[in-house]
Design a protein around this ligand. Structure first.
Ligand code: TEU
Ligand code: CA
Length: 639
């Protein structure tokens, strides 16, 4: 695709829709959500969209094609190749900290900034390059800091601005960087802007949010909230509706107001002046909403679980707002640009390329969430995750990357159950299996081409928890969802099973340090797994542990640029349960091999011989979940 295609109409064919970046992503997403085979695109490629609509109307209802075209036609430009980025973050290993659960310095049961500072040597020893802190700004914690009431103040229980300065300095002294979490799709209802907006909806701040007049029993549109119920809350004081895509007091900011965009750029600049190295931008692809906030298509809503999402997951002005924010907020006086990591739920591979290709000057890195669940599944399903899907997904992504593209690789974060438990599906209760799977995941994440984002606890093989009941959970999403399921008539046991499969609380339990500064019984979130052998102290003392495996992998990456900047070539990609690839740069080559299953598997005869640097010497078979990182002999390579 070289020229910019004109707008698509219902007379265009499925294959033409699929040739546009967002069209391809949407079709892929529909197939993924419904678990339908990818070959359908080829089969239906010649159909006109109007015909497709006629054929499927019985299931989808009217308006589906119009809804898709409305979105696709806003972004038909092809993604250019771009130039490779030379920036530091391409070779870096990021490490996400969930501050409440990381380390508690003052013993009140809540992790804090001084706790993080006290563990900087631990992190430096592990070898990570850049920390990302989930929110630490002032917040009523309806959504654990993702609801900010003051962007220039620190949450009381986390510490003070001085503590932030000390933490930043501590990172820099150790050669590490640090980024913070910028949550600007919404603010807390307690933010002064919102308070002033509802006190005077026609005044300056009224237009900072989406306040709408109307009848108190009829929300302005049919959009759903991600945390149950409608995305609108009636505000009696203001006699207005207010939009909240997330929890009831996370009020969406109106980015079409230039004053809002200026405020955000100022906040970024203020923190960059304090020395932080960039931000992770929360749900940043949701910031642009179309004028008039039209109703969502009900079929898309059912499919994606959230009505309205097609209107804002890649909104009309998204690219423009990001470029402006990059220029006015993230560009330092000396012209350098602080890193912009976009959290972009719902964005597919082509959308990711549009948002982060170097030629576009928008974001640097984005997260793609499609890797987290198998086709047709969501995190609320209790099932065994098959790593052959991860393989398929990552390999196809690698193939689609152009020079100006790069990807963020992640398996765990604070919003998802642990990948280790999804893969093990109970088998990880055996400590040996737990260790093998953790090492396997570490190897893939740290040797695949892309920038790895580790989440705290991965290096300790942290697993899902066995919470005793609802009163052990803290997350607004789990609690709301449970109630919603009961109201909808789901039996309590079935509702609980869903919550246990998907709860974000699994990943948020406090880190197990296993030393005298550990979280005590008053930890803010109970229910922590206590299997012997998996505290930080125990893992560090055991040379064969998951912790040391991570440390060695990270050190290898640092020493051998082939593992970061090197080319990527899959080996025997068609072989089930087997993932192998070669990374190569300047005559140095590495072979990574993995058994993606819990049973022994024969190694294919690919003829490559590698000297194991991590793992056992390769025999004719690979053991359950076994992985080997080996260096390919230079002579052999030349042949
Ligand atoms: O998450 C955005 C998001 O869409 C999801 O990951 C979300 O947690 C969940 O899947 C909705 O069903 C970001 C933050 O990472 C999350 O912690 C916040 O709760 C959310 O934004 C709102 O700020
Ligand atoms: Ca504390």
């Amino acid at each position: 695709m070289n020229s910019r295609p004109g707008p698509l109409t219902p007379r265009n064919r499925v294959r033409e829709l699929y040739a546009t970046p967002l069209g391809r992503d949407i079709v892929d997403k529909i197939l993924l959500q419904s678990g339908a085979p990818g070959s359908l695109v080829k089969l239906a490629g010649g159909l006109r969209l109007s015909t497709l609509e006629r054929l499927t109307r019985r299931f989808t209802g009217p308006g589906l094609v119009d809804a898709l075209l409305g979105l696709v036609n806003q972004h038909t430009e092809p993604v250019p190749d771009g130039e490779p980025s030379q920036a530091w973050w391409r070779e870096a290993v990021f490490y996400q900290i969930y501050p409440r659960s990381f380390c508690d310095a003052n013993g009140d049961g809540i992790g804090d900034l001084r706790g993080i500072s006290s563990r900087l040597d631990y992190l430096a020893e592990l070898g990570v390059d850049c920390l990302w802190l989930s929110p630490i700004f002032a917040s009523p914690n309806e959504d654990m800091g993702y609801d900010i009431s003051d962007y220039r103040a620190v949450m009381a229980e986390m510490g003070t601005l001085t503590d932030v300065d000390e933490l930043v300095a501590g990172c820099h002294q150790r050669g590490m960087r640090i980024i913070l979490d910028l949550v600007v799709n919404h603010t807390s209802a307690r933010h002064a802007w919102f308070q002033q907006a509802i006190a005077d909806p026609d005044g300056r701040y009224g237009d900072y949010y989406f306040l709408r007049e109307g009848a108190p029993d009829r929300p302005p549109n049919n959009w759903d909230s991600f945390f149950s119920g409608p995305a609108w809350r009636w505000i009696p004081e203001a006699d207005r509706w207010a939009l909240h895509l997330f929890a009831a007091h996370q009020m969406d900011l109106n980015w079409s107001n230039p004053a809002v965009r200026d405020e955000v750029a100022d906040i970024v600049g203020w923190w960059l002046d304090r020395g932080v190295d960039g931000f992770r931008l929360d749900v940043i692809n949701y910031i642009s909403k179309p004028d008039g906030l039209p109703d969502g298509n009900p079929f898309v809503g059912r499919l994606m679980e959230f009505t309205g999402i097609e209107h804002y997951f890649y909104g009309p002005q998204l690219d423009e707002y990001l470029r402006e924010l990059r220029r006015d907020g993230f560009t330092r006086p000396d012209g350098s640009v602080a890193v912009m990591v976009g959290e972009t739920p719902g964005i597919g591979v082509e959308g990711a390329r549009l948002l982060s290709n170097t030629s576009r000057a928008e974001l640097d890195l984005v997260f793609n969430f499609d890797v987290l669940d198998l086709p047709g599944r969501t995190r609320w399903h209790d099932y065994r995750y098959d790593l052959n899907y991860l393989k398929r997904f990552w390999l196809s992504w690698q193939q689609r990357l152009r020079p100006g593209d790069w990807i963020a690789l992640f398996l765990d974060n604070h919003d998802n159950p642990r990948m280790l438990s999804k893969v093990g599906h109970g088998d990880e209760r055996d400590p040996a299996v737990r260790t093998s799977i953790a090492k396997l995941l570490a190897t893939l994440q740290l040797t695949m081409r892309g920038t790895p984002f580790l989440f705290q606890g991965q290096e300790l093989a942290a697993t899902n928890q066995s919470f005793a009941g609802l009163d052990e959970l803290r997350d607004v999403e789990s609690l709301n969802r449970y109630q919603e399921l009961l109201v909808a008539g789901t039996a309590p046991e079935a509702a609980w099973a869903q919550i246990m499969a998907g709860a974000r609380d699994h990943a948020r339990v406090p880190i197990r340090w296993g030393d005298d500064q550990d979280f005590g019984p008053t930890a803010w979130l109970p229910g922590r797994d206590d299997t012997p052998g998996f505290t930080a102290a125990e893992q560090q003392a055991e040379p064969d542990s998951v912790w040391h495996w991570y440390r060695q992998l990270i050190a290898l990456r640092r020493e051998h640029p082939a593992l970061t900047r090197g080319s990527f070539r899959p080996v025997e990609p068609g072989r089930k349960d087997y993932l192998a690839y070669v990374r190569e740069l300047d005559g140095e080559a590495w072979l990574i091999e993995a058994n993606l299953s819990g049973r022994p598997r024969r190694r294919p005869r690919h003829g490559l011989v590698a000297e194991p640097v991590l793992g056992r010497p390769a025999g004719p078979t690979l053991g359950p979940w076994e992985t080997i990182v080996g260096r390919i002999d230079a002579v052999q390579q030349r042949r």
